[in-house]
Design a protein around this ligand. Structure first.
Ligand code: 5GP
Length: 203
């Protein structure tokens, strides 16, 4: 499958504020669509099927895996998550770019299949800030928070696979940096070659 639009992969430990950074960026860029993943995790309060995730049971997820429906998939925090080829196809059919909120295993797989994908690791200012942010969500118990902190360390240790690293201390600032990265990604040769080609045709 050939890459036809920007793939902006945003990773980082849960609680780091990826979702807010992505949301902020999408407010100003209609062309940028959120890649809705498939997951076996049960919905949280206020999560909408088809908007936040496509919620499926493990049997359905396995069936999709066997069919080769996933561009990437991974086990994260005891559940399965994946991005379908259909998500990429339909975005590109509408000339849209995609922003992904996925884990490092997914980032690695997407980069292997699409070397021009852009990957960003969002990091917290400190580990204690991260713990505070996780605790203040209120939806997770102590054991879950400890598991997520362990996962955070694992995720940060993978920093070498990423193209960019952005600290999320102030949301506005992190979102601005992310916007610069998105703009730069949009100007990759792959997405601008048509301009030069039409100039040459004109000459
Ligand atoms: P949560 O359950 O908190 O929504 O997400 C848990 C983790 O799964 C987050 O790190 C999130 O980025 C990751 N995740 C969400 N969707 C996908 C996906 O499609 N693929 C992969 N590899 N990770 C995902």
């Amino acid at each position: 499958m050939q890459q036809k639009g920007v793939l902006l992969i945003v990773c980082g430990p849960s609680g780091v504020g990826k979702t807010s950074v992505c949301r902020q960026l999408r407010k100003d860029h209609d062309r940028l669509r959120f890649s809705v993943s498939v997951t076996t995790r049960p919905p949280r309060d206020k999560e909408v099927d088809g908007e936040d995730y496509h919620f499926v049971d493990p049997k359905e997820f396995d069936r999709m895996k066997e069919e080769g429906a996933f561009a990437e998939w991974a086990h994260v925090h005891g559940n399965q998550y994946g991005t379908t080829f259909e998500t990429l196809r339909s975005a590109w059919a509408e000339n849209s770019d995609l922003i992904f909120d996925i884990d490092y295993q997914g980032a690695r797989q997407l980069k292997e299949s699409f070397p021009d994908a852009t990957s960003v690791l969002v990091v917290p200012p400190s580990m204690s800030t991260l713990r505070d942010r996780l605790s203040s969500r209120g939806s997770e118990d102590a054991e879950t928070i400890d598991r997520r902190m362990d996962n955070a360390r694992q995720e940060l240790a993978q920093y070498e696979i990423f193209d960019f690293i952005v600290e999320n201390d102030e949301l506005e600032e992190a979102a601005e940096t992310m916007e610069c990265i998105y703009r730069a990604a949009r100007h990759r040769r792959r997405f601008q070659a048509h301009r030069v080609e039409s100039l040459l045709d004109d000459a």
